[in-house]
Design a protein around this ligand. Structure first.
Ligand SMILES: Nc1ncnc2c1ncn2[C@@H]1O[C@H](COP(=O)(O)OP(=O)(O)OP(=O)(O)O)[C@@H](O)[C@H]1O
Ligand SMILES: [Mg+2]
Length: 274
């Protein structure tokens, strides 16, 4: 007894984590969400089996994410509590980063921005530009057939072949803007641009949009220069390191990529119980 499960049934993937009452994280697991209820029960069975845990060890389940709305009642008779997604995002982001206060960004199918301070969580707003945009446009505009193949393609791309940079449109430096900074995403797209260039251009456009909105979200708070914690599966993109470096040079905010970032929302849900 005593194990708390946190389950985040998102628009694209279902994440499950187990925690002991002392907040020790047992392990994490992600499954792709074909349909929300099937992936929820599949993830749960897979998780218990993989970790050699009997269901009777689970004391409570805390469930969140858009897909949690499909669940009515408890799971296998175990007390099941629904957690509001934005408080799960905020709680998970703060706990993983060890911060008291931050803007927590959930980079998922879409993107959500949460102001988190102690146990207060406020949904600042969201954007439809996220991982779903990347996969949808990427699979239509290149030969990629999913997230993984799109990422492999993007690694061979060259951003200069799709994006217009500040350096390409002016000889004078503009205030603090370095010549390599994107002036307009895809404005340099031409018949020589390869599908690898397009894949990288999409990755870059989504990341830049999320980071920019994160900075603007912080500006509307009492700590405009405060830290921005990045969570969600899109944090797994390799290119995020380059985006962090570029944005750290542009803005005063610190961009934090905590461990287990893809599981922050599921962890935040579980933390409601321990
Ligand atoms: N293994 C994977 N399977 C599917 N998508 C993945 C995977 N790894 C990374 N991604 C990317 O991450 C995005 C989903 O991110 P995440 O799992 O955080 O979202 P979600 O929680 O399902 O959605 P939301 O929070 O918006 O409801 C996908 O759109 C895709 O771009
Ligand atoms: Mg999510």
């Amino acid at each position: 007894m005593g194990i708390i499960l946190g389950i985040d049934v998102g628009g694209s993937t279902t994440k499950i984590v187990g925690m002991r009452p002392n907040r020790e994280l047992i392990s994490t697991m992600m499954v792709k969400a074909y349909d929300q209820l099937t992936s929820l029960y599949g993830a749960l069975g897979n998780y218990m089996d993989t970790n050699g845990l009997p269901l009777s060890d689970v004391e409570k389940i805390y469930i969140t994410g858009v897909g949690s709305s499909y669940l009515s009642g408890s799971i296998y008779g175990i007390p099941t509590i629904k957690v509001e997604e934005f408080s799960a995002i905020g709680k998970g982001g703060l706990w993983l980063s060890g911060l008291e206060q931050a803007i927590v960004v959930s980079m998922g199918t879409g993107t959500a921005f949460v102001k988190a301070k102690g146990n207060e969580f406020m949904h600042i707003g969201g954007s439809g530009v996220g991982g779903g945009t990347l996969v949808g446009l990427g699979c239509r505009l290149t030969s990629a057939d999913g997230f993984d193949s799109l990422c492999r393609l993007a690694e061979k791309g060259n951003l200069k072949n799709v994006d217009l940079t500040i350096g390409a449109i002016t000889k004078q430096s503009i205030s603090t803007l370095h010549s390599d900074i994107t002036a307009a995403n895809f404005a340099n797209l031409n018949s020589d641009s390869t599908e690898a260039d397009i894949a990288l251009g999409l990755v870059n456009m989504v990341l830049q949009t999320v980071f920019t909105l994160g900075v603007f979200a912080a500006r509307g708070t009492d700590t405009p220069d405060g830290p921005i914690v990045l969570t969600g599966s899109l944090t797994g993109l390799h290119q995020i390191d380059d985006t962090r470096e570029a944005f750290s040079a542009l803005y005063p905010n610190e961009f934090i990529l905590p461990p287990h970032a893809a599981f922050a929302t599921a962890i935040g849900a579980a933390l409601h119980g321990c």
